[in-house]
Design a protein around this ligand. Sequence first.
Ligand code: XLS
Ligand code: NI
Ligand code: NI
Length: 436
Amino acid sequence: MTHFNNIPIIKYEGSDSTNPLSFKYYDATRVVAGKTMAEHLRFAVSCWHTFLGTGQDIFGSAVHSRSWSGDSDPMSRAKSTMHAAFEFCQKLGMEYYCFHDRDIAPEGETFAESCKNLEEIVNLADDLQKETGVKLLWGTANLFSNPRFTHGASTNPDAHVFAYAAAQVKHAMDATKQLGGEGYVFWGGREGYETLLNTDMQQEQENMAKFFHMAVDYAKKIGFTGQFLIEPKPKEPTKHQYDFDAATVLNFLRSYELIDHFKLNIEANHATLAGHTFAHELTVAASAGKLGSIDVNRGDLLLGWDTDQFPTDLYDTTQAMLVLLQHGGIGKGGLNFDAKLRRGSTDVEDLFYAHIGGMDTFARGLLIASDIIEDGKINEVLSNRYSSYSSEIGQSIVSGEADFDSLDKWVRENGEPKMQSGKQEYLENLFNSYIR
Ligand code: XLS
Ligand code: NI
Ligand code: NI
């Protein structure tokens, strides 16, 4: 059975096209700044939102019904969903997909049965990957939906739950390895706390570090060479998540000697939840050489939670692509649409409009960011701004030769610094002039 019979293969038709089921900017093979668009963007679909999303919210039950989710037998449903996922990727020319273990295979009566279910579906995914050429960007484990994880997974006060989480991750890593995943993601799920009255923060964080070390050791043992990624998020579901933002996670990784084994998966909506911009979080990660992958979506200015909307803000995607181009790209990571339809968007076509819009908005952002870099005017202001560090005194600071005494002497001889404009408005106008 095919699931998207009414949807054509989505093609690039250019910005003049009025066909809503076409790309206006994403032209996979077009070369921009030395690489094809597909190589720059490495788009992925997220199984949890796109194929399992039902529009359910805290006030109401499922409203989206899909042809692949009708079967009452959970394993048959999982198989149709996997077929639908690969068909969807092929229609969109989407190269990658991402999943949680429990998105793709149902939990069984026992842990052993859950593992068996997962193995069976992973074998199917393996076949479908070979048949279609669609690849796995990353895998992960769902350590938050089942009630057993109510008080956390690796940070759970109960060692039994820690053990359960470890066993589950072991199998999710096996699955990711079998499918040739480029990476393996740890998103904090319920790793955080609700009240300090019942929380030993130090022990919880130490346990989390132990958990990651076990993952690193297990990867070595099985020869999994994909990139480990941590996805920061400040809150939701817990009031305080330990992986608050990029800077917090980098500090955690350094403190527990994990820094060499992990990079970050930055999510746009998590950045704004943390009180940062998307570009800020990308820059923090990239400046540390730790930008591993990206979950692309957006929040809503007026709502304070992880709304996971599809990215349509060109200003934002341009800034993101600017960070990427200036830091040498996304490497083996990709741009995963961790985004879901609004509850009221009930048609299957809406899934296509949503992904087309997201892919086009990033492709257009890439084109603009590449123009900005090629034109060089913004970078010229930027490098002029720091040019004094190439002067004699600047060099002595950068090289570490200068000390307080030598700088005291220099200031006595050279007097007051001259005020320099930061030219913010000029730069903002310039930035806007490239958005066409
Ligand atoms: C939730 C996270 C989640 C991760 C994968 O907010 O974004 O979807 O990306 O576990
Ligand atoms: Ni995410
Ligand atoms: Ni999220």
